[in-house]
Design a protein around this ligand. Structure first.
Ligand code: KG4
Ligand code: ZN
Length: 343
């Protein structure tokens, strides 16, 4: 490890999906600025993220967002110790915009470049507000593209315990929201409508995977919701949107909590964290909090702004990569299906 006496300030860039984001992070845990330009409204009219539109919008916004991140932090590019960027996984065209911008800025300013794995970023979001949190801990990463149960053994050292076999948890929220007429993005809309509904009204399936009890599958619950709606239509029974939403949300969060607690027990880890867009869901947060309390495990979660895509989490992850001496060359490329723990 390099000396940590001097402050390390990193400009981080994130553009893997539909947020163009840049942040300045000091010593890994102090966020000096966190600028997020969301494209959600633009994609809502299409019912989901349109990759080509996302790339174009990133190009329009990226320079402005980086400049804002520096000016809000009251710092100049010259004062940065490194430039970090998400290089995968994600939409290839979207990733390329951030990677190209970060390379250009790093090259022009003569700064080191650090490519960051998007999931490592999500996990690292937990360090921002929990200054005492250190590995080892278990982390459930639940987003629109990923559902991973991960053992964080050290900074930058990850073991995947379980993952989804089909849809990601957030993807299931998005698809079910569309099916019951709520639109995109599904997660926050399902959560809101669920408050008016009965979570025990309909029992949707909780999938179990024989080969690995920690793996997840959410395509079954999604199909069950679709079948339920079709059945109601055929029998001319009105669909109670709030009950369907609440029952679906419960089916998904029950499985996430059950797998998490199984892992906590087996691996005897006394710290558990959640991360990713779905981690901002209150039913999941409170359910996980209760389960952790019962199991005598410390529970960690980021504020919603650090759950969904942002660049502060990339700056935090990059800090530990920086300390470990990892640097990337000018040949850094976007890797849309980058695996966690592979560099
Ligand atoms: O982490 P994120 O911003 O992007 C990815 O890396 O995928 O996560 C976005 C996902 C979407 O699927 C969205 O529906 C879901 O997170 N999400 C939620 C909530 N807020 C966002 N899901 C459930 N409840 C929420 N409150
Ligand atoms: Zn994400």
């Amino acid at each position: 490890m390099e000396s940590t006496e001097k402050d390390v300030v990193i400009l981080a860039v994130e553009s893997s999906c539909d947020e163009t984001a840049a942040a300045v992070v000091k010593n890994g845990r102090e966020v000096l600025s966190n600028i997020i330009s969301s494209q959600i409204e633009l994609h809502t009219q299409y019912g989901g993220v349109v990759p080509e539109i996302a790339s174009r919008k990133h190009i329009e916004k990226i320079n402005q967002v980086m400049e804002e991140a520096l000016s809000e932090a009251h710092m100049t590019l010259d004062e940065m110790d490194a430039i970090a960027v998400t290089y995968g996984p994600g939409l290839v065209g979207a990733l390329l915009v951030g990677v190209a911008a970060a390379k250009a800025v790093a090259y022009a300013a003569g700064k080191p470049l650090i490519g960051v794995h998007h999931i490592e970023g999500h996990i690292s979001a937990n360090y921002i507000e929990n200054k005492e949190l250190k590995p080892p801990f278990l982390c459930l990463v639940v987003s629109g593209g990923h559902t991973h149960l991960v053992r964080v053994e050290d900074y930058g050292v990850y073991k995947i315990v379980g993952r989804t076999r089909d849809d990601a948890a957030g993807e299931a929220f998005d698809k079910v929201a569309r099916a019951i007429g709520l639109g995109y993005p599904g997660g926050p809309k399902i959560e809101k409508v669920s408050r008016e509904g009965n979570a025990d009204a309909i029992v949707f399936p909780r999938a179990k995977i024989a080969e690995n009890p920690y793996d997840f599958s959410f395509s079954g619950v999604k199909s069950a919701v679709l079948n339920f709606i079709n059945g109601c239509k055929m029998k001319d029974i009105p669909v109670v949107q709030a009950d369907v939403a609440a029952s679906f949300q419960k089916a998904v969060t029950d499985v996430l909590i059950e797998h998490a607690m199984m892992a906590v027990k087996e691996f005897q880890i006394d710290k558990f964290a959640i991360a990713g867009g779905v981690a901002s869901n209150n039913t999941l947060r409170t359910g996980m909090q209760e389960a952790c309390k019962k199991a005598g495990v410390e529970f960690y979660y980021p504020s919603p702004v650090f759950c969904t895509d942002n660049a502060a989490m990339i700056g935090t992850a990059a800090y530990y990569e920086y300390l470990a001496g990892r640097r990337d060359g000018w040949d850094l490329n976007a890797v849309p299906n980058l695996k966690l723990g592979e560099r």
